[in-house]
Design a protein around this ligand. Structure first.
Ligand SMILES: [Fe+2]
Length: 290
């Protein structure tokens, strides 16, 4: 970052010198705002995929900020090692997902535990609730502490571009905004920030890529790092670069060793593990398969 600032500063000095030499009376300095984010989301304890995502991020030299959009631990084989790895990232903002919230709220202690509108009597719902408890038991107090520090949303303004990151939305963590809701959100923020020209909303949760541009609002989702649902079993890491009011969105899909994640599920047998093995392999929810 230091070299980048120094480089921009040197370029500006050179321009000033050239203009001074040409006897130009007024010199206007234009500062270029630029920032690059690396985004991981919905890891779901898929340590093998997370490690590959971090390897890709670390191989780049232009990352200013890493952001994790939540759902870090439940529905995967390696909660403890995933937490250890996430803690080791030096520059990361953690956003809380609905599955991270279930760990804090102890969903399984409710009278009729349910999530995302599922029928509490549905065996699938019951297996997922058991998985939440299995995950929380392994993470213990450290897991509670880690999840309780997560943010609901993170907002930044870079130049004239406002970017908001959340798991689904700041209003709710289990359903991202519709286009209509997104536009209303943008209108509200335009009034509060009259100088902002572009609005970018980035979410996780759905495990399926989204790329919508409506007027000056861009809504983005990369899919999922650890548990994709778009029939492409590769992991995903996203990069957002905002530079001179340009928004560059790059999603890298990568291969990782799915067999390792699958055998970790087989070895540890968390509740719902047979379904999870199919989801990892097919990148699709196939609760009809055994
Ligand atoms: Fe998720």
């Amino acid at each position: 970052m230091y070299f980048k600032i120094k480089y921009v500063f040197n370029c500006q000095l050179q321009i000033i010198n050239i203009l001074a030499h040409q006897k130009v009376k007024k010199v206007y300095l234009v500062t270029m705002d630029s920032k690059t984010f690396a985004i991981i989301t919905d890891i779901h304890s898929n340590l093998e995929s997370l490690n590959k995502a971090l390897e890709i991020i670390n191989s780049r030299k232009d990352i200013d900020q890493i952001i994790c959009l939540g759902d870090c631990f439940a529905l995967g084989p390696e909660p403890e090692k995933t937490m250890e790895t996430l803690k080791s990232i030096t520059n990361c903002i953690f956003i809380r997902g609905n599955h991270d919230r279930y760990l804090l709220e102890k969903l399984w202690e409710e009278e009729q535990p349910s999530l995302e509108g599922m029928d509490p009597a549905d065996p699938i719902c019951q297996a997922i609730v058991k998985n939440e408890k299995w995950t929380a038991d392994l993470l213990g107090k450290d897991g509670i502490e880690f999840c309780s520090k997560m943010k609901i949303a993170h907002r930044e303004i870079i130049g004239q571009t406002l970017i908001e990151f959340s798991h689904a939305w700041y209003k709710r963590d289990d359903k991202p905004p519709s286009v209509k809701e997104g536009l209303k959100w943008k209108e509200h923020l335009s009034q509060l920030n009259p100088k902002v020209k572009n609005f970018v909303f980035i979410h996780g949760h759905v495990h399926i890529p989204r790329h919508q541009i409506i007027e000056n609002l861009t809504i983005l989702c990369q899919g999922a790092t650890g548990l994709p649902f778009d029939r492409d079993p590769r992991g995903s890491v996203a990069f957002l670069k905002v530079e001179n009011e340009q928004i560059l969105w790059e999603v890298e899909r990568y291969n990782y060793n799915i067999n390792i994640t699958s055998s970790q599920l087989e070895k540890r047998k968390p509740p719902f593990y047979t379904n999870l093995k199919n989801t990892i392999r097919l990148a699709s929810i196939r609760n009809d398969l055994q």
